[in-house]
Design a protein. Sequence first.
Lengths: 194, 194
Amino acid sequence: MREPSPDKQEAILETALRLFTERGFAGTPTSLISKEAGVATGTLFFYFKTKEDLIDTLYRRVKSEAAQEMGRGLDAEKTAKAKLRRLGRNAVGWGLENPAKLKFMEQFAHSPFVSTSAHEEGMSHFAFLEDLVLQGIRDGEIRDVEPSGLFCMMASALAGLIAHALSTNDEEERRTIIENGLDFIWFGMKAEGV
Amino acid sequence: MREPSPDKQEAILETALRLFTERGFAGTPTSLISKEAGVATGTLFFYFKTKEDLIDTLYRRVKSEAAQEMGRGLDAEKTAKAKLRRLGRNAVGWGLENPAKLKFMEQFAHSPFVSTSAHEEGMSHFAFLEDLVLQGIRDGEIRDVEPSGLFCMMASALAGLIAHALSTNDEEERRTIIENGLDFIWFGMKAEGV
DNA sequence: CATCAAATTGACTGACCAGTCAGTTTACGT
DNA sequence: ACGTAAACTGACTGGTCAGTCAATTTGATG
């Protein structure tokens, strides 16, 4: 017998991530992925039933990694304000360090040819955020409105912030962009008079 | 002689918009577009040099229409706050009435296979927004930070708001989502103590 | 070492698709 | 009503690509 090689599968996933962000889903043939990953065409289809399966798997991984990274250290903070700031900083930090993964996720999220199930599964990783906001409302720190709306605004604002922060290479300027962006989000959420 | 028929070109553009949002760029063959538009394959390539040319043309149109719609009636408002509220309402209104065009633009914006030139040209339509924010800062209504950052946050927050507003059919709930969302954006931008 | 099942290979296939082009139709000027 | 140039047609082509499969290699196990 012989065990499946995690190396090969890993190489395929890594190569696919890079190529997808460089050339899009439709623009990267599986033949190119396997070639650049140093495996045969058949091997790719041994590890992934179809091209879509490969994309889905990649999405699940990246999304789960992102969620984990963003939640890091949130428990150490006491106030909702501090938690959110930490979350925002984590998110921006992750996005800056993994621009390829970020781009992949954006592309995936807006592509009409991917399964809804993967989308929904991806969202489940962010359940802890819902709690965070609810707790913040209960404590009077966050404006008492429909939490899913706040969550949604925050998420898209964060995505915009990361994209904008990525557009400069000046370290100082970038820091300013991030701080201003996090302020924007916090002022948008906080209860009046806090 | 014979003049080009605006009807045919229009039919192609409309059909392409619908199919692109339903199936993505890569998922819609030109043959299907021409078939559903009721013209021959060759006619599509008579009006548009390539498939990419068709997509670009569509983008330019939609973006320009969106910008015009969003700027509607802004001059009538006096304060930056009122202008922004009006802008936000216009944007959400447009997005709700033209979900296909919105989806198309999102897909386009995140697709790696479209020309950068079209992107940049598209942005030029929104130049008036820059002025709006600058004026607001001068008047002390808006927080005095890098305007492009504010602009960026506002744009992505608006996109998120529209997407969220589209997710419900309950008229009352939708109104609430929009008002809360616009509040989020305004609180994120306004100067403290205004 | 021999065995065997799983991993791996890459040439191949059937489907699909952007774009072409030689021919046909249309409507306008004269 | 005729000539003509542009609009329009759709069968066709050259190329590409997802996925297959028969053959081969690999390595764990007895």
